[in-house]
Design a protein around this ligand. Structure first.
Ligand code: TRH
Length: 366
């Protein structure tokens, strides 16, 4: 077995929880395979609830300006998450380590997740640095993805075991959630979809009780706003109280998994929770991170093609993500469950991201 490496992961929190969520998972999964990791982050606040337990082998360091590099042990790999532009003084140090040790310092640019075809074309491409503090180094692009010619998805080696041992009722009880008789449990993690009031009305008139578990943060605020507007415009929208709503506190990443495994339908968003919903294998709806030029519509389409989404799931996604303004139809859980199970099965065959990254780094360092 190759000797463990020292990794520096750089993470800039742009907004939301995805940047740090992905970097934390990556750091922990590397550490679980014997690697040592320094995670440099400009805002570590979310880690207080996402991972209060920390992780052996991962050291969280503040990405201050300038970086405190005095006496820093030379590392072997630099991961620049989502093109976050690593501090020039650190890149200069990497160039110096390469010169002094005569061994390549691997520099990885970890990209955003997409199912679009350019991912396969660009995955693994080198970009030699010809100017500036990193002159002589080569940056490599590493694209997560859903197909064998990409870097794969983050997945812990013990995921299936953990899932098999998951005790749904105990988990719900531990989180103060009492399942109502006959009720469907639905989790909601989203931004501010304009179709949210329509979703709530739809769930309230579904013909069976629904328990909606709303994630902390923007999702909670969005639901409260939507309810106020419903109450104002249609005071009787949930008169029979068939829809009950609970607002969840911020949970650890492990508990967030538990939430997705416990529910019959999961609304997820961004990048990391989408991957977790895929591993959960339950019907899901994705709120894609919106981009100004609507580039996310193409990204959404590529993903829906990838999972071979049936018509009902496509139409739901189009409305949820403002691709169109058609009325929101009721979820078709039976069909969507088949789609989710098939996607999961196919993706589980693929090597996970950390296994692929370790091999890739070993190759480019020689
Ligand atoms: O928070 P997000 O919307 O993050 C987004 C996306 O990553 C997007 O691509 C990126 O450009 C933008 O941030 C800056 O959604 P995402 O990616 O699902 O990340 C959420 C993380 O938060 C995920 O790791 C799960 C975690 N989480 C918890 O651990 N506990 C919780 O209670 C909640 C609500 C989330």
């Amino acid at each position: 077995m190759a000797s463990p490496l020292l990794w520096d992961i750089f993470c800039k929190v742009i907004d939301n929880y995805g940047d740090i969520g992905v970097c934390w998972r990556l750091a922990c999964q590397l550490a679980a395979r014997g690697q040592r990791v320094r995670l440099w982050v400009d805002d570590a606040n979310a880690l207080h609830w996402m991972a209060p337990q920390g992780c052996p082998g991962v050291e969280v360091r503040p990405w201050a300006q300038p970086l405190a590099l005095g006496g820093l042990a030379p590392s072997d790999v630099l991961v620049e998450a989502f093109g976050c532009e690593v501090a020039p003084e650190f890149i200069a140090a990497c160039a110096e380590w390469t010169r002094s040790r005569g061994q390549n310092h691997a520099w990885i640019n970890l990209e955003y997740l997409s199912a679009e075809p350019y991912v396969e074309r660009n995955h693994g491409l080198p970009s030699p640095i010809l100017h500036g503090p990193g002159t002589g180094l080569t940056k490599h692009f590493f694209y997560p993805g859903f197909t064998p010619r990409t870097g794969g998805l983050l997945r812990e080696p013990d995921l299936l075991q953990r899932q098999a041992g998951f005790d749904r009722l105990a988990w719900l009880q531990q989180h103060g959630i009492t399942p109502l008789p006959e009720a469907r449990l639905v989790s909601l993690f989203c931004y501010e979809p304009p179709a949210l009031p329509a979703l709530l009305t739809g769930l309230a008139s579904a013909g069976h009780p629904v328990q909606l578990l709303v994630a902390a943060g923007r999702s909670s605020t969005a639901v409260q706003t939507a309810i106020e507007s419903r109450n104002r415009l249609h005071p009787s929208w949930n008169q029979r109280q068939t829809l009950s709503i609970s607002y969840l506190p911020h949970m650890t990443q492990d508990d967030f998994d538990g939430l997705l495994w416990a529910c019959e339908l999961n609304f997820v968003r961004g990048e990391d929770s989408l991957v977790r919903a895929l591993w959960a294998g339950r019907p899901f709806v994705w709120h894609i991170y919106p981009q100004h030029d609507d580039a996310h519509h193409t990204k959404l389409e590529a993903f829906l093609d990838l999972i071979e989404a049936p018509d009902s799931l496509r139409r739901f996604h189009y409305r949820w993500n403002e691709v169109d303004t058609q009325p929101l139809q009721a979820p078709d859980l039976a069909r969507w469950a088949e789609t989710a199970a098939r996607a999961r099965e196919r993706l589980l065959v693929q090597a996970d991201l950390v296994s692929q990254l370790l091999q890739f780094v070993a190759r480019i360092r020689t």
